[in-house]
Design a protein. Sequence first.
Length: 185
Amino acid sequence: MKIIGFSGSPRTGSNTEIVVKEILKGAADSGAETEIFNLSEMNIAPCKACQHCKENEGECATQDDMQIAYKQIQEADTFILGSPVYMWQISAQTKLFTDRLYANFMTGFQEKYGTKNMVLVFSQGNPDENMFKEYFDYTRNMFEFLGYTVKDVLATKENRMPGDVKNKKEVMDMAWNIGSELAKD
């Protein structure tokens, strides 16, 4: 069982990264092979909508660090995608990654590599836990339409400063438990 994580926060040690790492820790403690990638440290260009992927079995024409991400997703059973909420949406780093997953859509990806499980993680500063619920649901629905199986969505609130989430035992326990369950799938 291989479970990988992608953190879309531009901050090192961010709340998003902490939660993604805790999910991976739960998975590793339950026997899964895990690895995390910080999207902010990867060189990922925007999708050019060139349609090269549609004519070449999902191969993206842009040669950058997204090639690493594609390979990791192909080899993994599950991936976690975490993002802080910036301006009511995922971060720019996460959006680049998400747009480039278009190469896996309707190109035989599922037939070749199987349906991939995923978990979405959102960290927000806003104290209203329902403030962005529609957006989280929209994002989940988008990934399911793209052919992924979204196993869970973990949204954590009131994370204004890096590390705030470490003091939220309930969230950290939930994250570890999600990872542990993923390793059993």
